[in-house]
Design a protein around this ligand. Structure first.
Ligand SMILES: Cc1cc2nc3c(=O)[nH]c(=O)nc-3n(C[C@H](O)[C@H](O)[C@H](O)COP(=O)(O)O)c2cc1C
Length: 217
């Protein structure tokens, strides 16, 4: 596989990758999908088990049908977590936190492409996550936006039916892919001195500001 088109620096890709939830309608070329899948397959997995599988959906009718399922799943998750049944249940503060993903529940069905990240037994999530991140970073390097999303148990049967997914194959993520309607990066993340520990749990990293505690939550 010729990876020379993934020439964006790793630093730029990592530091500008953020969740992209609004997409331009332009299709994602299949050659690019092949390249991001190739990057995904290069990720490590336990014992090199390579259990991750990728179901690429770019048929607009199927993406649209999946979008309806995704919307239902999103609201089912929010109903379970917070009792919300519709946009009217969100406070202005909720909207700040959940607005973008609530909008994705409407947008998913119009994404140019959706990759379902699946696995075959033994379904170890730790052997699926590195591949998922490789996939999204390679997409970023090609200017393609993405976001990892999950579903809800109430739609799993219909997901399996829709895509003829066998019972012994597990679902992990649905990743929409497309050219961003907005911009990439930057992201807001906790500083390394807050999440980093040195030698012992209570040890601040050497670059921590004076007086800061490791994991100062
Ligand atoms: C395991 C996992 C599940 C996620 N599920 C969803 C999801 O269902 N819907 C969604 O819109 N974003 C989802 N996200 C994206 C996160 O909300 C996002 O990474 C986080 O808010 C940071 O946003 P940023 O990347 O734009 O900085 C998920 C991310 C992870 C790692």
């Amino acid at each position: 596989m010729d990876h020379s088109r993934l020439s964006m620096s790793l630093g730029e890709a990592v530091f500008t990758q953020r969740s992209i939830r609004r997409f331009r309608p332009d299709p994602v070329p299949l050659a690019d999908v092949e390249l991001v899948l190739a990057a995904a397959t290069k990720a490590p997995s336990g014992g090199n088990s390579q259990i991750a599988r990728f179901l690429v959906v770019d048929d607009p009718a199927l993406v649209s049908a999946f979008g309806a399922l995704y919307r239902e799943a999103w609201w089912a998750k929010r109903r379970d977590a917070a009792g919300w049944t519709g946009p009217g249940d969100l406070t202005p503060q909720d909207r700040e936190q959940w607005g973008p993903s609530m909008r994705l529940a409407e947008e998913m069905g119009r994404a140019p492409c959706v990759v379902l990240v699946l696995s075959v037994p033994p379904h170890a999530e730790g052997s699926v996550l590195p591949a998922t991140q490789n996939l999204m970073l390679a997409a970023r390097a090609l200017g393609i936006g993405s976001v990892p999303t999950t579903l809800h148990a109430s739609v799993e049967g219909r997901l399996r039916e829709m895509f003829a997914i066998p019972d012994d194959v597990a679902f992990h993520f649905a990743i929409p892919l497309g050219y961003p309607a907005g911009a990439f990066g930057p992201t807001r993340r906790r500083p390394t001195w807050e999440v980093g520990h040195h030698n012992r749990w209570e040890g601040p990293v050497p670059w921590a500001p004076a007086g800061a505690q490791a994991d100062d939550r």
